[in-house]
Design a protein around this ligand. Structure first.
Ligand code: ATP
Ligand code: MG
Length: 298
């Protein structure tokens, strides 16, 4: 006679508890080799989180740090493209997957590296009625594997590029209680600042993640011919006065930065002297000061 769910005592021999604790141990052991873990987040989409992450990774690699990047945007991955490793094949052994190697040997893992075709979307196949919950669970599972089952080796810094919103920050907090802090990206519009200030409150007060500072992206347009700067948005109150979070830098819009991202070369490495690259380096310096001394200001 078949057994019903209620006839099964304990875990029915599946040793679920044992598997979960083994997974937690694996994650802890893997992350023991990481000196600093920093998330890049924003309540708002399309403000430049991934571009800032890719350039921060290049900043630290240029400083001689061993850098890893996790693309935590499972459904809209873009880090593999921005760090030029899209289409690289991954190798693995019994201990896990080896990350792809980007510029200056930045170690990268992204869902993009597991998708065969350019057009292939990430589809979570699950029970229809509970698809939302199922999808969240699968995303958390994937993120845990990205952290625990990748041969990160010894890293000075692991950057985590989050999707828009704060949902994944909560997940990350569960997986990585030692997260050092987050960098928050915004653009100078009242709509963005409103959403971003909510996500800062969520990160700082509810999830108790230190917010290192704010990056104001796409602040102005630098004319490629005459070099003059024109604001891109109407004047808004200073983001840092609204949020009480230190400003790490203001990065102007430079069309060559978008092109560099499309080519898979961080702009900071392509034209280090440009105003956008200098602003990105200033952001990097603020994060570096924070991890060294607990404050973005040296
Ligand atoms: N300062 C900038 N100058 C020029 N282009 C930029 C700048 N910042 C970002 N971009 C470009 O704008 C586009 C959107 O940026 P990005 O993908 O980094 O945003 P995102 O916040 O990660 O988006 P999502 O919410 O979808 O994850 C990209 O093509 C990127 O290269
Ligand atoms: Mg992104």
């Amino acid at each position: 006679m078949p057994k019903r769910y209620r006839d099964i005592t304990g875990d029915g021999g599946s040793n679920v508890a044992g598997q979960v604790s083994a997974q937690a141990e694996r994650l802890k052991a893997r992350m023991a080799g990481v000196r600093h873990a920093i998330a890049v987040m924003s309540g708002k989409g399309g403000v430049g989180k991934s571009a800032i992450t890719a350039n921060l990774a290049a900043y630290f690699a240029r400083e001689g740090w061993r850098v890893g990047v996790v693309d935590a945007d499972i459904n809209g991955p873009s880090i593999a493209k921005m760090l030029g490793v899209r289409g690289h094949s991954l190798s693995l052994d019994a201990g896990g997957v080896f990350p792809a190697l980007g510029p200056l040997d930045i170690r990268v893992i992204s869902m993009d590296l597991f998708l065969k075709e350019d057009q292939t979307p990430v589809v979570w196949d699950g029970p229809q009625a509970e698809t939302f919950v199922w999808r969240g669970t699968m995303e958390m599972h994937t993120l845990r594997e990205f952290l625990a089952d990748v041969h990160w080796g010894e890293l000075d810094i692991l950057l985590i590029d989050l999707p828009p919103g704060t949902d994944r920050l909560a997940t990350l907090n569960d997986l990585l209680p030692d997260l050092h802090g987050s960098v928050v990206v915004t653009i100078p519009s009242a709509v963005s600042q409103l959403i971003v200030s909510k996500s800062i409150t969520m990160a700082r007060d509810l999830l108790r993640t230190p917010v290192i500072g704010l990056v104001e992206n796409m602040t102005a347009y630098v004319c490629p011919t005459c070099g003059t700067t024109h604001p891109l948005f109407a004047p808004t109150p200073q983001a840092e006065t609204l949020t009480g979070v230190p400003l790490l830098g203001r990065v102007p819009f430079d069309p060559r930065m978008a092109l560099a991202g499309d080519k898979g070369v961080p702009f900071i490495l392509e034209d280090a002297a440009s105003p956008a690259a200098q602003a990105l380096a200033q952001v990097g310096e603020g994060v570096l000061n924070f991890v060294n001394s607990g404050s973005p200001v040296s």
